[in-house]
Every structure is written in C-alpha cells, then in structure tokens.
Design a binder for this molecule. Structure first.
Ligand SMILES: O=C(O)CCC(=O)C(=O)O
Length: 230
C-alpha cells in the first residue's frame, strides 16, 4: 500500500460486480423515493434539496447492502489498506440531481469529525458513469507520511459545507464507468463538481476506521463501529 501512503488515494475499475452495482442502484433508488431530508440532528446539515442529497446511515434496512459493506468488495479493500482489524464507521449515498446538481467543496473527511481521531479510509463507488458534466470527484494527491494532519476548514453557510482549500490546484479528475471505485484517506483533500447532465449522478460512500471512533472525553461513538468480517 505504498501508493496509498504516497498519494493518499487510488482508483479501481472493474472490481464491483454487476449484481453488487444492481444492489446499490436499487437501494439508492428506493431511498430517493422518500421525501427530501437535508440533514440536521445527529447528521451534518449538508443537503441542498434535490441538488445534493445525502441518504445516510440506512444500510441496516437492506440486508444485502449490509453484507456487502461488512464483507464484500469495499470491506476487502479497506482491510487491504488498513489491515485486518477494520470497522464500518459511516455510509451514505450521495446524489446530485440533474441539470442543477450542486458541487461539493474541497475538504478532508476528517474535518467533519470535530475531534482528534485516527485517520480512516473512504471507499467511494460510482453508481453511474462519472464524467466532467455530472460531478466527478477531484482529488489532490497527498503524501500521508509527510502531511498527516487536518488542514484548516471553514464552514460556508451559503453552500452548507466545510471548505478546506480554495487555491488554484484543480486536482486530478477521476473519470470512469459505473462501478469505478475511489479509495482515499480521510486526510486527502477531495471535492466534486456540479451535475449539469440530464440524469442523477449517484454514488455510495462507505467509511472504515482502524478503531471505533469515539469522542475522546465522553467515549460516545461517533457513528457505527461494526467489525468487518472477511
Ligand atoms: O460524492 C460526491 O460528490 C462527494 C462526496 C464527498 O466528498 C463526501 O461525502 O465526503
């Protein structure tokens, strides 16, 4: 995993089976039928109506989805990166609606946690082909050995998101067919563009941590801490 440590991310194509992609599509579309919920309460309030929807923490309602993320391809990838002891920490579908789908600003996922923790790994799966028109991910390569910290982030009230970078680097665009998998550290800066295409851009993001992620003072679990079983 030298490449992951050197660059903070890697991309896989062709590792998600047709059946698993179908499963993700069905679960996502089932959730999309529900009334829009922009977050709040114990979830980050980062939804922007149908322009940017986060359908979060619902895997327990879909038996096969739970099995997929605890023992399937994304879980295996997480153990390859972090070793055998890995916990499902968080998961969400991210959907940018057609024509006016909103961007998501440069950030490190760790910035959203709010307290000290061991960096974790995000496995992002494109449910639809991703291209420059529909809001592909962009990544700034980061050597995790040298830059093992969270950069300053500011909350943008208008766009309802944390912003961790506003410089000129446009990053590396990750383009690819449905099923493209992007694996990145919670310290790797990434963002995604607008969706101006005529269809939803759907993706599923699963996060795995090397230990249960708890508040350092209260001990309260941040989200899930389900051991991955390969
Ligand atoms: O799917 C996207 O467009 C980006 C999602 C993302 O960066 C995140 O949830 O941290």
């Amino acid at each position: 995993m030298d490449r992951f440590l050197d660059e903070g991310y890697f991309v896989h194509e062709g590792v998600v089976s047709t059946n698993d992609l179908e499963l993700l599509t069905q679960c996502c579309d089932t959730l999309l039928d529900e009334p829009i919920d922009d977050g709040g309460g114990d979830r980050h309030e980062i939804g922007l109506g149908k322009r940017r929807r986060f359908l979060a923490h619902r895997h327990e309602e879909f038996e096969d989805l739970e099995a997929f993320i605890l023992s399937g391809t994304p879980a295996k990838i997480a153990t390859q990166v972090m070793g055998e002891k890995v916990y499902l920490f968080n998961e969400q579908f991210v959907v940018k609606g057609p024509e006016t789908g909103a961007s998501f600003a440069w950030h490190q996922d760790s910035a959203y946690v709010g307290y000290d923790h061991k960096p974790y790994v995000s496995v992002w799966i494109a449910i639809d082909e991703v291209n420059e028109q529909n809001g592909c991910l962009r990544i700034i390569s980061r050597n995790l050995r040298d830059k093992n910290f969270i950069d300053p982030h500011e909350w943008d009230l208008d766009s309802k998101e944390l912003v961790g970078y506003t410089g000129p680097d446009e990053g590396i665009k990750v383009l690819g067919p449905e099923g493209t998998v992007v694996v990145f550290s919670s310290l790797t800066l990434h963002c995604s563009g607008e969706n101006t295409s005529s269809k939803n851009r759907r993706a599923y993001l699963i996060q795995y941590s090397p230990e249960p992620l708890r508040h350092p003072e209260t001990g309260e679990l941040k989200r899930f801490a389900k051991p991955v079983v390969i």
